[in-house]
Design a protein around this ligand. Structure first.
Ligand SMILES: CC(C)=CCC/C(C)=C/CC/C(C)=C/COP(=O)(O)OP(=O)(O)O
Ligand SMILES: [Zn+2]
Length: 441
């Protein structure tokens, strides 16, 4: 496997690709800052912006999604990954989800031979007798791995794979993960945060086992994770961060409790997270990164759904949609960042222009593209929730003035903002599990 295919640990450290603050190719840019103290943060930001501009110049606006190459890249990961990836042994379940969901969003999963049989037998190995799933073979259960496993099974979307899940033991497992403060832990003795809490709530709602006992105190815990900036942290008092903001806001949307948070402050915070480089950053003063196209993009879509719903309920009886046919972030800039700046020639995405591709950023780059290509995507949130799954899925209109075609002439399929599962697959899974007894016997 060539170097460019190595999975990167996601960090801004060593962003610079050999250039430094003096004597390098970016000297002209530094002239502008000669009277200022240049911190590492500022240098990294300047150089990233320069590499974004360089990509725009080099690429000549070739915005085509190289989907056939991505499909090859993702399919190969299902056959095995290089031994250099051994540090990711506990992320096997995630690698499977990233590949399966990515292939599904590209319309290429259902035609894969034996995908249902192979997925069912592999995930049977990952499921433990306590009801949860481990991240790799023989690993103990972990609530985040459990979410990845259930998501992967929803992406495959056959009764054969749904039946791998033992809802009764899963319910007991989630109850055991619950803490007194209304959160969920990752594992016995493990960390407690908004991420493990989202994972538990998402799994319970997908499997139709979201009882009052599981829900109790959760919204209040998540509310406490909102910071003075407006975003949410991992735990009350922690810094606002895109990944955890997604988790808190998405879980609150599933619980129908978005009205308890400071929505205006959240909206302000998230709006400033889309940077001049086109993509989203995870937190204030940090670098733009492809994976936040989904984590932050989904939060914007959830906010839009909340505003839209409020508007409809405020003006009784009158249908007054507040949308102007667009989402509340720059769909064009985001797609330019993903497709022009972060797409690898060999197919797939890295987190920013000078990084090589990896499975994680390829998956969330596709999910971010999916959100930004479908203008009405926010309407799905109120239409397809636990209480109303029988409602028809609204038409999803395409973003019209941007790049909507990949090299097969298709768009990326619409993904659900709260769960990141292709909408048709989520609908199928929810219908299946809602036909089973609740709570599980
Ligand atoms: C459902 C689920 C499992 C959600 C997880 C969401 C989550 C917490 C994502 C964050 C991932 C990420 C890029 C961390 C990097 O932090 P950093 O400090 O290296 O990056 P930064 O500089 O961008 O903040
Ligand atoms: Zn990232």
């Amino acid at each position: 496997m060539s170097k460019i295919e190595e999975i990167d640990i996601d960090t801004d450290e060593q962003y610079t690709s050999g250039s430094t603050s003096s004597g390098g190719e970016y000297d002209d840019i530094y002239d502008e800052y000669k009277d200022e103290k240049l911190t590492t943060t500022i240098i990294n930001q300047i150089e990233l912006s320069k590499s974004v501009q360089d990509k725009h110049k080099q690429n000549g606006y070739d915005e085509t999604l190289k989907s056939q190459k991505i499909i090859k890249f993702l399919k190969r990961s299902l056959e095995g990954v290089n031994s250099s990836h051994q540090a990711l042994d506990s992320s096997k379940v995630w690698i499977a989800f990233w590949a399966l969901n990515g292939l599904d969003l590209l319309g290429n999963l259902d035609s894969m031979q034996d995908v249902s049989e192979r997925t069912a037998s592999y995930f049977t190995v990952l499921q433990n007798s306590d009801g949860g799933f481990g991240g790799g073979n023989t690993h103990t259960s972990h609530s985040v791995s459990t979410f990845a496993a259930v998501s992967a099974l929803f992406s495959v979307g056959t009764e054969q794979v749904y039946n791998v899940i033992n809802r009764e033991t899963m319910y007991q497992y989630l109850l055991r993960m619950k803490t007194q403060e209304g959160a969920f832990r990752t594992e016995i003795g493990g960390e407690v945060d908004s991420r493990s809490t989202y994972c538990a709530i998402a799994v319970a709602s997908m499997l139709n086992i979201l009882t009052d006992e599981l829900k109790s105190g959760v919204a209040e815990f998540l509310e406490r994770c909102q910071t003075y900036e407006g975003g949410f942290g991992a735990y009350p008092g922690n810094e606002a961060h895109g990944g955890y903001t997604f988790c808190a806001v998405s879980a609150l949307a599933i619980l129908n409790k978005l009205d308890i948070i400071d929505m205006e402050s959240l909206h302000r915070w998230i709006t400033f997270r889309q940077t001049e480089d086109g993509g989203f950053q995870g937190r204030t003063n940090k670098l733009v990164d492809t994976c936040y196209s989904y984590w932050q993009g989904a939060v914007v879509v959830i906010i839009q759904s909340f505003y839209d719903y409020q508007c409809h309920t405020d003006i009784s009886g009158q249908q007054t949609p507040i949308d102007n046919g667009k989402l509340l972030f720059s769909q064009r800039s985001l797609q330019e960042y993903i497709l022009i700046c972060c797409q690898d020639k060999a197919g797939g995405f890295g987190d920013h222009p000078v990084k090589g591709r990896d499975y994680y950023h390829t998956s969330y780059g596709l999910s971010g593209l999916s959100l930004s290509q479908h203008n009405d995507i926010y309407k799905i949130i109120k239409t397809m929730n636990n209480e109303q799954i029988e409602q028809a899925v609204p038409p999803i209109t395409l973003q019209s003035d941007v790049f909507k075609f990949n090299d097969q002439g298709d768009v990326v399929e619409p993904t659900h903002p709260l769960y990141n599962i292709k909408i048709t697959k989520l609908e199928k899974g929810l219908k299946y599990f809602h036909s089973l007894p609740f709570p599980p016997k």
